[in-house]
Design a protein around this ligand. Structure first.
Ligand code: IPE
Ligand code: IPE
Ligand code: MG
Length: 242
C-alpha cells in the first residue's frame, strides 16, 4: 500500500461519523450499542490524526436535525457525550490536543454544557492539534448565525465579502477542510460544513463508523493526495503553477 506523504497533508479534515445504528442492527443490538462502540473509532481517529500531523479535525457528532430523533436516543446520546468527553480529556491532555466545539451548544443539557466547557478550558493551551466537535450543528444554522451577527454589528453591505463573512462563522480562524470523509455508504453532506466545504475533496467509504480504524483514515488521506485540485482553473494552468 502507498504511504502517506507527510509534505502534502490536509490541514483540516472533517468527518461525518455515520452508521452507528446500522452497525448495531447487524449485531442484533440496540442503536445505543452502536453509538457506544463508535467512541473507540473516535479515539483512534483523533490519536492518529495528531500523530501524523493534522492540525484541525472536525467530527460531526450531533446535527441540528438529530434533535428530532426519539427522545430516549437523544437522551442516551447526551449521556454518552458527557461520559466520553470526561473520559477522553486525559488522552487529549496527554496528546497535546485542544478541544473546541461548533454548533448551537446552548441547546445541550446543562450537564453536557458544563462537561464540554470544562474540557475546553482544561485543554485550551494545547497546540499540537485542534479537535472540533460539531454538536447541535448544521451548516445552515452556521450561515444564519453569521448573518444575524453581521446585522447586529450594523455592518454595511459594501464591507461584506467572503473574508469578512468567514469571520462570523463558527469556524472563524480555522482553515476550510480540504478533506471531508463520510462513513456508512451514504453520499450526502447532511447539513455539515456547507460554506466551508465549497472546495473540499470528498471521500466516501462503506465502512460503518464503529468499524473505522487508523487504516481507513490512512486510505482516505492517501486518496486525497492523489486528487488534482483545480479550484476552477484548467489543468494547464495548474501545471504551470507547479
Ligand atoms: C451516526 O450514526 C451518529 C449520529 C448521527 C448521532 P447514526 O445514528 O446516524 O447511525 P445510522 O445512520 O442510523 O446507521
Ligand atoms: C449526519 O448523520 C449527522 C451526524 C453524523 C452527526 P445522520 O445519520 O443524521 O444523517 P442522515 O439522516 O443520514 O442524512
Ligand atoms: Mg445516520
Amino acid at each position: 500500500m502507498n504511504k502517506i506523504d507527510t509534505n502534502n497533508l490536509p490541514k483540516h479534515i472533517g468527518i461525518i461519523m455515520d452508521g452507528n445504528g446500522r452497525w448495531a442492527k447487524t449485531k442484533g443490538k440496540l442503536r445505543l450499542f452502536g453509538h457506544k462502540s463508535g467512541v473507540k473509532a473516535v479515539r483512534e481517529t483523533v490519536e492518529m490524526s495528531a500523530q501524523i500531523g493534522i492540525k484541525f479535525l472536525t467530527l460531526y457528532a450531533f446535527s441540528t436535525e438529530n434533535w428530532s430523533r426519539p427522545k430516549s436516543e437523544v437522551k442516551s446520546l447526551m449521556r454518552l457525550l458527557i461520559s466520553s468527553i470526561n473520559s477522553e480529556t486525559k488522552t487529549l491532555l496527554k496528546n497535546n490536543i485542544k478541544l473546541k466545539s461548533i454548533g448551537d451548544t446552548n441547546l445541550l443539557p446543562q450537564d453536557a454544557k458544563e462537561q464540554l466547557n470544562s474540557s475546553i478550558e482544561k485543554t485550551k493551551n494545547n497546540n499540537r492539534m485542534t479537535l472540533i466537535l460539531a454538536l447541535s450543528y448544521s451548516g445552515r444554522w452556521d450561515i444564519i448565525s453569521a448573518v444575524k451577527k453581521i446585522i447586529k454589528h450594523k455592518i454595511t453591505s459594501d464591507k461584506i465579502d467572503e473574508q469578512l463573512f468567514e469571520q462570523y462563522l463558527s469556524t472563524k480562524n480555522v482553515p476550510n477542510p480540504e478533506l471531508l470523509i463520510r462513513t456508512s455508504g451514504e453520499y450526502r453532506i447532511s447539513n455539515f460544513l456547507l460554506w466551508q466545504s465549497a472546495y473540499s475533496e470528498f471521500y466516501f467509504t462503506d465502512t460503518l463508523w464503529p468499524d473505522f480504524r487508523k487504516s481507513d483514515l490512512e486510505k482516505a488521506i492517501i486518496d486525497f493526495q492523489s486528487r488534482e485540485r483545480r479550484f476552477g482553473n484548467t489543468v494547464e494552468q495548474k501545471n504551470q503553477a507547479c
